[in-house]
Design a protein around this ligand. Sequence first.
Ligand code: GLN
Length: 194
Amino acid sequence: MPTEEYKGLKIGVLALQGAFNKHVKALKKVGVTPFLVKTSADLFLADGLIIPGGESTVMMRLIDSMRMREALQKFSQKKPILGTCAGLIVLAKEVQNAPFTPLGILSVSVKRNGFGRQIASHRRACQIKEGQIEGIFIRAPRIENVLSKAVETLGTVDHEAVWIQEGVHMGTTFHPELTEDLTIHTQFIGQVAK
Ligand code: GLN
């Protein structure tokens, strides 16, 4: 792992709500300098940003009450963002069952809690180019539609996209910070390093 090369990269983790601490740990293992982003001013110090899992409704409400919507959209025009689970919902262009307007950064249409209540939380093997990684899905969203040809599928479960990339941005429907596997974080950091 090219730890030294990444040392100077400052990666923010949006810390308004949700599972941000585990992302900080994973980022440290990859060798970057993570820090918590709680305001628009924090955001401008970051070379890349992770929006964690949590509760998208609450997160969006906090983003708007902190007046961070515009700052996040501006940030995305220059720098990479990775959204995981609720983070992906927040980044989407369309959310089919949400009482909020998402940020519209990833050209996908997602359905919250898309796997239903019976399987609220499950582990699945995800197919990626390099082989397989384990994904932990917790009340996970489903990517129902891809709205642009620019969206690339990097990981699937049963041929369904669970890890996508559009330009410099990425999204996963699962929680990559809850396993020991650093594939998603490493690839995201590779994107930031470019
Ligand atoms: N179901 C949650 C939402 O709608 C997402 C769950 C998660 O991030 N683990 O925001």
